[in-house]
Ligand binder design. Structure first.
Ligand code: F0G
Length: 482
């Protein structure tokens, strides 16, 4: 990648793969997009894929697989117990991470369920750089408390800090002193910190946190779901690792933690999940939950075909030309938007481009779910489906009051190796148009609000008829164009 130079000196992302199977997508006229988002209760999760032009909701389970992954799927050994597929996957995981034990699970949150059930007792604290929605839900469901101590830079929209996902070491020390080690269930580091814009964690930080945890006898849990992106950034942004191969970096991280888990819907571009552990007692304890909630130990809720694809996908993750594909597209999208003045999280992270709804919709109150409104407006303007990552994605406080998110983001995820540069440029163009017309965007309010993870199924309505005005303005400005 880095060896390809364009005459203009411009930094243009170059796809290091060719497309050999395609899926047709539809771009509906703006009037129909308006109708669809209304029917979906202004919740992009409730849109139907057939009405979407580019699905940039998530990078989870929607990444393009390699021909080697598809080929491996044909080789799967269907068996309830003792499947050869399981042993192939286990061997790959042990080779890459060099950890003792592997437990399979059907996806990332299933790992979180097992970890939370095994390690949390009511009233215990978990300390982490930042929560993920499902992580927090499992911890609180088991009576645990989540404490977030990401670096101050992590919560700034605009920053030059290369590793915004780092844990604030002083806060970690203070928190341990305050609670005492016996009240702390574990410290958790999330690679490629999702909710603050896919921001990486430095190796120095993992090393320092690990040293503190080991001195104190506190377990360190590492969420490796976004490890691929994080590895790319360690190589790109930490001079010390420029020439270190990816597998050595991965092994170094794994050597510093006690429990490592992942969503294979992201890491390895397949579908599934898993937990790696060194401690035998903990393994035996978690093993029971796997058989109870996931399936027998040699599949853990995954299909054998997906396990084969995962084994290959994990090996491919050790290749810079595979893992650089999403970050370079994210950077290109962010740069196009920044050039038009659109506020996005910087530096660009992995996972996706994160538009700052706090600034974009500065005129919409936080109580009216400004990031949710922006996600709906983006769909009307472009047919691109993105995701709200703000107050809507939070759970209400125990007293029913709203818990306002620290960041209000519209996340435009970039699934791995799925979209082309022209599609990305189209996305940037429509969002730039929306930014020019941002005053039209108004707020949303709930019509139906589920108690748990309300962003998945909640239905909302617009406050006023701003969506209609937006569609009319679009038609006026773009004429016959979709
Ligand atoms: N941890 C992180 C950092 C994640 O990003 C996710 C999922 C999970 C855990 C849970 O994994 O979905 O396999 O159960 N993130 C998805 C997203 C849902 O869209 O960002 P899962």
């Amino acid at each position: 990648m880095s060896n390809v130079k364009f005459m203009s000196g411009e930094n243009i992302p170059l796809e290091m793969h060719k497309v050999r199977m395609v899926q047709k997508v539809n771009l509906l006229p703006v009037e129909e997009r308006l109708k669809c988002i209304k029917e979906a209760g202004f919740n992009t999760f409730l849109l139907n894929n057939r009405d979407i032009f580019m699905d940039m909701l998530t990078d989870s389970g929607v990444n393009a697989m390699s021909q080697e992954q598809y080929a491996a799927m044909m080789n799967a050994d269907d068996s309830y117990a003792g499947s050869e597929t399981y042993y192939r996957l286990e061997a790959v995981l042990k080779d890459i991470f060099a950890m003792e034990y592997f437990l399979p699970a059907h996806q990332g949150r299933a790992c979180e369920n097992i970890i939370a059930r095994s390690l949390i007792k009511p009233g215990m604290v978990t300390i982490m750089n930042y929560h993920f929605t499902t992580t927090k839900a499992h911890i609180t469901l088991n009576g645990g408390i989540v404490e977030e101590i990401v670096s101050d830079e992590g919560l700034k929209i605009t920053s030059d800090a290369p590793f915004k996902g780092d844990i604030d070491i002083n806060k970690l020390k203070k928190s341990i002193a305050l609670h005492g080690k016996d009240k702390i269930a574990f410290v958790r580091i999330e690679a490629g910190t999702n909710l603050i814009g896919g921001q990486p964690v430095s190796m120095d930080n993992v090393r320092e946190v690990s040293k503190i945890c080991r001195n104190e006898g506190i377990r360190l849990v590492y969420d490796a779901s976004l490890l691929g992106d994080n590895l790319y950034f360690i190589k790109k942004r930490d001079e010390k690792y420029k020439d270190v191969d990816i597998k050595s970096i991965t092994r170094e991280i794994a050597s510093l933690v006690d429990v490592l888990y992942f969503s294979a819907r992201k890491l390895g571009s397949a579908r599934g999940g898993g937990i790696l552990i060194n401690d035998k007692d903990l393994y035996m304890n978690m093993r029971e939950f796997v058989t109870l909630y996931e399936g027998f130990l040699t599949y853990g809720g995954m299909s054998v075909r997906e396990m084969e694809a995962l084994a290959v996908g994990l090996v491919e993750t050790m290749d810079m030309e595979v893992i650089n594909q999403t970050p370079i597209i994210v950077e290109a999208l962010c740069n196009e938007l920044l050039a038009k003045g659109v506020p996005v999280v910087t530096p660009p992270g992995g996972l996706g481009c994160h538009v700052d709804a706090m600034q974009f919709c500065s005129h919409v109150p936080q109580a009216e779910y400004k990031a949710g409104a922006l996600a709906s407006a983006i769909f009307i303007a472009s047919g691109v489906r993105c995701m709200e990552r703000g107050t809507l994605s939070e759970q209400r406080n125990a007293d029913g009051s709203e818990r306002y998110a620290e960041m209000e983001l519209a996340r435009i995820a970039v699934p791995r190796r799925v979209f082309t540069l022209s599609q990305v440029k189209y996305t940037a163009d429509r969002i730039s148009w929306l930014y020019k017309n941002r005053e039209i965007i108004g707020g949303l309010r709930f019509v139906e609000e589920p108690k748990m993870l309300r962003f998945f199924f909640g239905r909302l309505e617009s406050i006023g008829n701003w969506p209609d005005i937006l569609a009319t303005q679009f038609r006026k400005d773009f004429g016959e164009s979709l």
